[in-house]
Design a protein around this ligand. Sequence first.
Ligand code: F3S
Length: 390
Amino acid sequence: MYLTKEEERIYDGEYGWAKQVCIKILVKLGDLFGAERLISIDSAHVSGVSYKNMGDVATGFIEAIADAGGKAVVNTTINPQSFDAKYLVKKLPRELLDAQLRIIRCFERMGVKLSYTCTPYYIESPPKGAHLAWAESSAVVYANSVLNAWTNREGGPSALAAAIIGKTPNYGMHKAENRNPSLIVELEQPLRNDLEYGALGILLGRVLKDRIPLIKGVENAPNDMLKQLGAALASTGMTNMFHYHINQKVENLEKMTVGATDIKRAIEELTTSGGKKPDLIFLGCPHCSINEIKQIATYLNGKKMARSLEVWICVSPFIKEKAKGYIYKIEQSGAKVLTGTCAVVTWTDKLGIETIMTNSAKTAHYAPTLNKAKVILAPLKECLKTAITA
Ligand code: F3S
């Protein structure tokens, strides 16, 4: 890969160990995927923040970079952590909190924004056509497909390396020729709710692997629905983008049809509770938008949660601040608004939670392994109805 004189100096260690390690990670990736050079990025988003997902080895890597003076040189945000400041800090063991704080202090020293969210685009939407180095697969699909920004699906270490160098190798989704659809997906019936968008993502992710589809019939879908579709798509496959504007010129592309029965089957496969009642209702995967918070607050206004279960609504600290009035209404109902974390990146099993009800197909896909939990997948409204009647 071609390096500028300045990049060569970084590579040779003239700017210290942290930068040297970071550029070596980027060059290794670039060589692997055939990039000819590094390109500047507008922002980075780092995953691998929750101690539950990282463990001690990955923590040691981040600590070494921070100790060596690594600093983010572009706008850098981070994914959710394992705790929120209000509820989970009181409920989970102190040593887990200490381990999480060790990671957070590293990010703080590296000058990243402590955003703790998988929806960094609500804080600041990247400009159209901007090159990014984002980890967090749901945000990657959303950025490429809905925001028209350009990013590969980074891993935690490569996103951090890009943040510290301010560049990323130019391959994959950074090249216009790799962003075209290679097949058309037609829906036999319109999708009716968040759940069906998620289910479509789950089944497309499985069959597409990494191919980019043009999905017909979702061109007027609200962004919250496209967020569910993209998050699910990324959880079962490696596709980093979908197209959904039908005015796009496409010729002679392979076609695939998705019927109502396919969607129904995908939902049924993800529902593993076997009739058991939920211990936890979890909404906000990916983290809620203001619009979703408003919808939840409007529904719960004046109502009370059933005593028999926990209800978690997960948001970023940014959205919590922006939507104070709605958050107040939600909390008055007895539902908990958890900030900067989510059910998947914390230890629900240590809280005795065995069955999770959610509207998120992504959570439904991961919860059986990452939370050792059974799942009930249902639309937002049904989750809320259960929250007050269970
Ligand atoms: Fe975000 Fe947690 Fe879902 S990080 S995408 S809410 S699994």
